[in-house]
Design a protein around this ligand. Structure first.
Ligand SMILES: *[C@@H]1O[C@H](CO)[C@@H](O)[C@H](O)[C@H]1NC(C)=O
Ligand SMILES: *[C@@H]1O[C@H](CO)[C@@H](O)[C@H](O)[C@H]1NC(C)=O
Ligand SMILES: *[C@@H]1O[C@H](CO)[C@@H](O)[C@H](O)[C@H]1NC(C)=O
Ligand SMILES: *[C@@H]1O[C@H](CO)[C@@H](O)[C@H](O)[C@H]1NC(C)=O
Ligand SMILES: *[C@@H]1O[C@H](CO)[C@@H](O)[C@H](O)[C@H]1NC(C)=O
Length: 219
């Protein structure tokens, strides 16, 4: 089911994309769905390497553009090997509560490295201020939403996911501290219609094991 969904998204991107050459196979990190409900699902992602851009803009939208721009330069050859890297999806923006100026939030924008470069990513040019991020295997609760991921919309969607989780087997196992979440965007910046996004929140496995939800569900 999920593969078909992603293929449909990829096809749609190809129709609308300015990056027509990237359309043969847009790579995304692989995952397994371990639980699905009407308004969210829980996925298990394996180890993966991403290139990260810290952005201390106040707005999620500005931070995403800022980070995406630097990551795009990197993929177009702004690295020590002058390598070009294929486009991947999603573009992931994580909110880090309290990490910005005046203890406001900061953001990290992440680009999933193509398989070919997972273990040997080219070193970014220093002025791009990018860092390699090795994300070890983890569970994520995911809520999908359509349209543009605007500042006020992502906050509302994140609240909806928090509410869903609070009523679920994951109520007590959401990776704690403050409510830190990410926005995964599967559409290119200039795409107007058919935009697909997700809110991601890290959760612990306990919601799966502790409650014997069992089986791999599909949406
Ligand atoms: C990330 O993993 C790669 C191997 O996959 C390793 O060479 C590199 O040192 C790791 N980097 C960090 C920052 O952990
Ligand atoms: C980058 O260039 C160095 C030196 O030519 C080479 O050893 C290395 O494999 C290259 N790395 C990548 C990721 O292409
Ligand atoms: C994933 O990374 C961890 C270290 O972060 C390592 O211990 C583990 O073996 C890796 N798993 C796979 C399947 O590569
Ligand atoms: C979460 O913890 C509270 C208090 O410990 C408990 O009453 C509740 O049943 C727990 N919820 C779940 C879904 O485990
Ligand atoms: C999670 O939140 C609770 C209550 O806010 C707090 O007592 C606990 O220390 C937090 N745990 C972590 C790992 O941040």
């Amino acid at each position: 089911m999920e593969r078909q969904g992603l293929t449909a998204i990829a096809s749609l991107l190809c129709l609308l994309s300015l990056f027509a050459t990237a359309c043969d196979a847009i790579e995304s990190p692989q995952y397994t769905i371990v639980h699905a409900e009407s308004d969210f699902e829980v996925r298990l992602y394996g180890n993966s390497s991403w290139m990260s851009a810290l952005a201390s803009d106040l707005s999620f939208e500005k931070a995403t553009l800022n980070g995406y721009h630097r990551l795009f330069e990197y993929t177009q050859g702004a690295n020590l090997n002058s390598s070009r890297l294929a486009m991947t999806l999603p573009v992931l923006t994580s909110i880090i509560p309290g990490a910005g100026p005046l203890h406001l939030s900061a953001y990290v924008v992440r680009f999933y490295l193509p398989t070919k470069f997972q273990s040997t990513p080219p070193t970014p040019l220093p002025e791009l201020k990018l860092e390699l991020y090795n994300w070890s295997s983890h569970y994520v609760a995911v809520r999908k939403f359509l349209g543009f991921a605007l500042d006020d919309i992502v906050v509302k969607e994140a609240e909806k996911l928090a509410l869903s989780l609070s009523r679920s087997a994951w109520a007590n196992v959401t990776s704690n501290s403050s409510y830190a979440y990410s926005i995964a965007q599967y559409s290119l910046p200039f795409q107007i219609i058919g935009r697909v996004n997700e809110i991601w929140v890290d959760v612990e496995a306990a919601g799966v094991n502790g409650n014997k939800l069992g089986g791999v569900a599909s949406s």
